[in-house]
Design a protein around this ligand. Structure first.
Ligand SMILES: Nc1nc2c(ncn2[C@@H]2O[C@H](COP(=O)(O)OP(=O)(O)OP(=O)(O)O)[C@@H](O)[C@H]2O)c(=O)[nH]1
Length: 394
């Protein structure tokens, strides 16, 4: 054997060994995520061997065909939860508790309306007072006028109401305004690929908290979830999301502070596809709705994500205590991304439940979730009848 042949053999052996080592490292990384899912299936008494879909135990999702060319590609980091420390409250018991809290915060509004309607004489002054109570609840001028007109007509035709009758008529009319026919289901069902939910909104409205709480809701429904920390402006936001990931027992993909949010969102969805999770929840950076550049960037995040999987839900988080300002935010966000649902946070600290109607009218999309406190399980699906009953539960 001459020297050249010997070098060729040694070189070939080095390449083979390197390929095996790289394969093992990648396999271990993917395996770590997959094991989290299998372990949860086992914890729930499910069969781990059926989860791969094709029966092979391997991933069936399509890997990204391309990377985001228009972006600076960052190496996003996948943070696995170390342990599931808490088990989320079940949807049933959460709802009971939240109903009570909602009733507490909206009582003044409902009681005011009922007291006025139950007066012996419903004169012009009383109707004016009635309008003022509605307007101060952030219902908005047009819905207020509509409601007053409907009530005046009905009470004229059906006679002045006693307490019970007034409550029934008011309930019907408020319910019609809140619109029980709107479809409020969250689009979080996995298709060929994971469902992708983007959470957007102005700083401090409660986006990160909502992503964490929603992850808990989904985990309680036995879904596999992955969180993407595309809020790269504040390192603390990614830390906050990582803490939620640890609590709920779901992995988090995060980038460095200042990294391109679109790249982190892209990497999150890619990791979600690889791990075959059901839902990828993407937390985006809070931005001033007045800053055009930042708003444009939000559109880019969505476009880049959609190269791999459709965004099934874009949730706009609005702080219920900000009134008209919230409506202005809603309008501007809706110009940049197609909003599919609204999350109204901090309804616990506000007696202004009318904002539900106002914002739905503004955007033509339903309120899907409401935040009713800072606690980990203080997020509830919005239900029109429950809401109206809570308002009138005086
Ligand atoms: N009372 C109450 N507080 C809430 C609710 N949702 C969120 N918060 C609080 O609002 C504050 C802001 O929440 P974050 O989730 O950090 O808000 P964010 O929109 O992600 O903020 P940025 O990261 O700055 O964009 C926190 O103190 C939350 O605990 C709610 O439904 N009720």
């Amino acid at each position: 054997m001459d020297l050249t042949t010997l070098y060729l053999i040694i070189g070939g052996a080095v390449v083979v060994v390197a390929a095996v080592v790289v394969g093992l490292v990648v396999g271990t990384r993917r395996g770590a995520l997959g094991r989290g899912r299998r372990q949860r299936e086992l914890d729930r008494g499910g069969r781990a061997d059926t989860e791969a879909g094709d029966g092979s135990g391997g991933p069936t999702g399509t890997l990204a065909p391309e990377r985001p060319a228009e972006d600076e590609v960052v190496e996003a980091e996948l943070v696995e939860p170390t342990a599931t420390l808490e088990r989320p409250e079940t949807p049933e018991s959460r709802l009971v508790r939240l109903r009570r809290r909602l009733a507490g915060s909206q009582n003044a509004f409902g009681r005011g309306l009922l007291t006025l309607l139950s007066r012996d004489r419903l004169d012009e002054d009383t109707w004016e007072e009635f309008e003022n109570v509605l307007l101060s609840s952030d219902l908005g001028v047009k819905p207020t006028m509509e409601l007053v007109e409907r009530l005046r007509d009905r009470l004229r035709v059906e006679g002045v109401a006693d307490g019970t009758r007034a409550r029934a008529v008011l309930r019907e009319e408020l319910l019609a305004l809140v619109d029980p026919t709107m479809d409020r289901t969250l689009a979080v069902e996995r298709g060929e690929q994971p469902a992708v939910v983007m959470v957007v909104g102005v700083n401090g409205t409660g986006k990160t908290t909502t992503v964490g709480k929603l992850a808990r809701v989904l985990v309680a429904e036995d879904k596999d979830v992955l969180l993407g920390a595309a809020d790269t402006f504040r390192a603390a936001a990614a830390d906050q999301l990582e803490t939620w990931g640890g609590r709920v027992g779901v992995p988090v993909v995060r980038g460095d502070e200042g990294a391109d949010p679109a790249s982190v969102a892209f990497e999150s969805v890619r990791a979600g596809i690889e791990a075959e999770v059901d839902v990828v929840l993407i937390d985006t950076a809070g931005r001033l709705h007045t800053k055009t550049g930042l708003m444009d960037e939000l559109g880019k995040v969505k476009r880049v994500v959609e190269r791999q999987a459709p965004v099934t839900e874009v949730l706009l988080v609005l702080d219920a205590t900000t009134g008209q300002n919230g409506l202005i935010q809603a309008r501007i966000f809706a110009e940049v991304v197609a909003i599919t649902g609204i999350v109204l946070t901090k309804l616990d600290g506000s007696a202004k439940g009318g904002i539900v109607v106002a914002v739905q009218r503004e955007l033509g999309v339903p309120v899907k979730l409401v935040g009713l406190g800072e606690g980990v399980d203080d997020l509830a699906p919005f239900d029109a009848a429950t809401f109206v009953d809570a308002v009138l539960d005086a």
